[in-house]
Design a protein around this ligand. Sequence first.
Ligand SMILES: Cc1cc2nc3c(=O)[nH]c(=O)nc-3n(C[C@H](O)[C@H](O)[C@H](O)COP(=O)(O)OP(=O)(O)OC[C@H]3O[C@@H](n4cnc5c(N)ncnc54)[C@H](O)[C@@H]3O)c2cc1C
Length: 248
Amino acid sequence: MNFEAVKVVKGKFMWAKIVKREQLTEDLWKTWLQPEEKFNFNPGQYCTIGSGGIERAYSIASSPEEDLIELFIELVPPPDGNLTPLLNDLKLGDTVTMRPRAKGIFVLKPDYKNHVMVGTVTGIAPYVSMLRKYLKDTNFSNYNFYVLEGASYLDEFGYENELQKLAENNKNVTFEASISRPLEDRNKNWQGLKGRVNNVLEDRIISWKVKPNETIVYACGHPGMIEDVKEKLKDSDFTFLEERFWKD
Ligand SMILES: Cc1cc2nc3c(=O)[nH]c(=O)nc-3n(C[C@H](O)[C@H](O)[C@H](O)COP(=O)(O)OP(=O)(O)OC[C@H]3O[C@@H](n4cnc5c(N)ncnc54)[C@H](O)[C@@H]3O)c2cc1C
């Protein structure tokens, strides 16, 4: 597809070049895009990228201050997946289309003192963006951040080292990760939490001693996880905000 042609005909896309890629597992990778024009967004928002005429939403992991747009992508193999098999085949230097405006209301809500961020696999991306940005901003130094990430396997935690470092270096950041298949061989060296995040969350919230009326719980990624967290918090004073990556 010729991007110039698309731009002239539709006037609603720009090019973004793939400049870096890091493969985590066979099905999971990070990609860094260089948009042809400055792409403005708030941490937590998503961009819409496309290839072969198919477009999908991707939460942005980079901070708005970075030059490149960093995404964390999971392959959904055919026949279910449409865009991700195409993205998976792209090489460095190839381009995707990108809608020029970021979207989404899954952003940090500054009215709360405590921010509990629950994510499954790629659902960690918006929190990485928020933490990269807001931990550098003294306006947010009185806020507490509790990140709880879930995955089936230990090699699916794409930002574990970065989040662990942030937790070590910032006393207002807690990072915990849980794997849902502790008995499988692939997880044999796992030292952290075990169980689905929606099942370990209540216990972690108690241990963090956060007051419900001062706390917002964000949930991002797997719709089943989100539905369950929402159900568990529904009769509480916690505020809840969700970003579903697909429909169940
Ligand atoms: C606001 C928003 C932000 C998103 N951010 C990300 C992100 O940061 N990283 C990311 O990898 N994806 C993200 N997604 C999902 C993304 O938009 C695509 O749906 C996904 O990449 C699959 O695209 P596809 O065209 O290959 O499959 P689709 O044609 O979209 O079909 C996917 C179907 O496969 C199933 N499925 C199984 N696993 C997944 C999965 N992990 N994601 C989506 N569908 C799945 C679902 O039943 C779904 O209907 C986001 C979605 C939304 C709405």
